[in-house]
Design a protein around this ligand. Structure first.
Ligand code: DC
Length: 226
């Protein structure tokens, strides 16, 4: 079968990352965590101490960055300029800088090729905000995964507690709603479902149920191709 792409988009905390890993593992496909690319770009800008509010300065820093990923048994490790930065890209400072950097059109353009190069045989599962609309508009299967902000805040809260950290659900929900609004209303690649995406509200679903649903669409599409 021809290599193909499965695009999984949605807001933060919708569970698309876990879903993407599960689908890619099942199919033996490569995986693109495009959010990690934006986080790496933001970390590069922070490391170079450039003014994050200056699109030009951030772009100049990013043009020099060297990134790669190493895939182990379960985890994919991101490297920035040869250094393992798996922990740094997940911290709050980098997350917040990533959301600023991701709104700059020239940065999105600069990171486009890097993302598209992840598409290699036998196929790719790409997770992000604009996989199905901008980066891979020809993806064979497009999923837009959503969940209410309340459920996403509760899931995030559980994760933080599991990591030994504390936070209030109300604060988390508020942060999520502010980020959603910024992602949906930005001028370039806003967070919207592609017109041909399958929209799944997973507020009341377990990961396994979402996985089964997505796999059933993949089987359908593949059967129709034979
Ligand atoms: O999914 P995440 O939280 O790791 O994403 C980090 C930031 O990058 C977040 O602010 C949204 C942004 N992003 C984006 O604009 N486009 C993508 N395809 C992926 C992430």
């Amino acid at each position: 079968m021809e290599p193909y792409i499965i695009a999984i988009d949605g807001p933060s905390g919708s569970g698309k990352g876990s879903l993407a890993v599960k689908v890619a593992t099942q199919l033996g496909f490569h995986i693109l965590d495009s959010g990690a690319i934006y986080r790496l770009a933001a970390l590069k800008a922070l490391n170079e101490k450039v003014d994050i509010q200056s699109e030009q300065d951030v772009l100049a820093a990013i043009e020099q960055m060297k990134i790669h990923f190493e895939t182990g048994d379960e985890l994919t490790t991101p490297f920035l300029d040869g250094v393992d930065v798996s922990l740094q890209i997940r911290d709050e400072e980098t997350a917040s800088a990533a959301s600023v950097v991701a709104a700059y059109p020239s940065i999105r353009q600069q990171l486009l090729n890097i993302q598209q190069n992840f598409f290699q045989p036998p196929g790719l599962v790409a997770d992000g905000r604009d996989m199905g609309t901008t980066v891979f508009p020809d993806a064979k299967i497009k999923i837009f995964l959503n969940a209410s902000s309340e459920i996403r805040a509760k899931r995030r809260h559980k994760q933080l507690i599991g990591m030994g950290l504390s936070a209030s659900i109300a604060d988390l929900q508020n942060d999520i709603e502010i980020r959603d609004e910024r992602d949906r209303t930005r001028s370039v690649s806003p967070l919207v479902p592609a017109s041909d995406a399958i929209v799944v509200d997973c507020s009341m679903m377990e990961l396994n149920q979402v996985f089964e649903l997505v796999m059933s669409h993949i089987v359908d599409v593949n059967n129709n191709q034979v």
